[in-house]
Design a protein around this ligand. Structure first.
Ligand SMILES: [Zn+2]
Ligand SMILES: [Zn+2]
Length: 287
């Protein structure tokens, strides 16, 4: 059988649209131009804020998986190109360590010409995602140093008893930020300071996006053994890694199911370098 695709070389020399209005191309373009041989381009006047903002001005209606694809398609609609990448971040409690803040970054690569969709993901606790009530200028100073202002942006929100919430952002320096805080404090407003999570105002987040793009590239370079399409990636985990003491299966991961979304071929691949689980994690040895 003739293999339908030419691996990830199907992207080489093509124009890739980066769906961003927050300068994510700074980290995305160098990686993809080097690794996939594409030419990156952004779309002028793209407004990704309509899909939701971190400040709460626009609520995100769908989950990150759905939103990131909608963003990619919206950017593509404004061009005659067929290849696009988009990213979407989510911030909150870590899914397994609830007391820690986490940043989950999703990226998607869509190829309309070949009908291919490949995803990348990075989950990290390295985030300055935070908020704090500001009662005086010392609270502000403390929050600034904690979250790494001015390299990382700060957003101020106020709420009076009768007035609607107001949002202030894009402070270039401590002088401008503190003068706004003083003004609001004099007006007896309740002030909350928040980290600005927009990529261009948050270098820590930019790094997380970069790692999600690196994950995407490794998925792109994983090629389906049957049809040669790129994006042969993990669709499920297989548990049952055997205990090194009693040899019974544990709940730990022993391998992964890889699946091709193009031809539906799938296979199981064992986890590299780990063949047995420590008895600490065995329900029989250590109930
Ligand atoms: Zn395939
Ligand atoms: Zn055991």
């Amino acid at each position: 059988m003739v293999k339908k695709f030419n691996g990830y070389k199907i992207f080489k020399g093509r124009t890739l649209i980066i769906a961003t209005m927050h300068h994510k191309e700074k980290v995305i373009a160098p990686i993809l131009e080097k690794e996939l041989g594409v030419y990156c381009k952004t779309v002028p006047n793209l407004n990704t804020d309509t899909f939701g903002t971190f400040t709460g001005e626009v609520e995100r209606k769908e989950n990150a998986m759905v939103t990131v694809k909608a963003k990619a398609l919206a950017a593509l609609e404004r061009t005659t190109e067929t290849l696009v990448i988009a990213s979407e971040g989510s911030f909150g409690a870590h899914p397994s360590c609830f007391f820690m803040s986490a940043d989950e970054e999703m990226v998607i690569l869509l190829d309309k010409k070949n009908n291919i969709e490949i995803r990348g993901r990075h989950l990290t606790t390295e985030t300055n995602f935070n908020h704090q009530e500001i009662k005086n200028i010392n609270d502000m100073k403390e929050f600034e140093s904690r979250i790494g202002f001015p390299d990382h942006g700060i957003i101020l929100k106020t709420k009076g008893r009768t007035v609607e919430e107001r949002i202030f952002k894009n402070f270039p320096s401590s002088v401008s930020l503190r003068s706004k805080v003083n003004e609001l404090l004099q007006g007896n407003k309740t002030i909350t300071a928040e980290t600005d999570m927009r990529a261009m105002n948050n270098p820590t987040r930019m790094k997380a996006i970069e790692k999600a793009v690196i994950d995407l590239v490794s998925n792109v370079k994983s090629i389906c053994p049957k049809c040669n399409a790129p994006g042969f990636s993990v669709s499920a985990v297989v548990r049952g890694l055997r205990c090194s003491l009693c040899n019974l299966p544990t709940k730990s991961v022993k391998g992964y199911i890889y699946m091709c979304e193009i031809c539906d071929f799938s296979c199981e691949r064992e986890k590299e370098n780990i063949t047995q689980e420590d008895p600490t994690y065995c329900d029989f040895c250590n109930p």
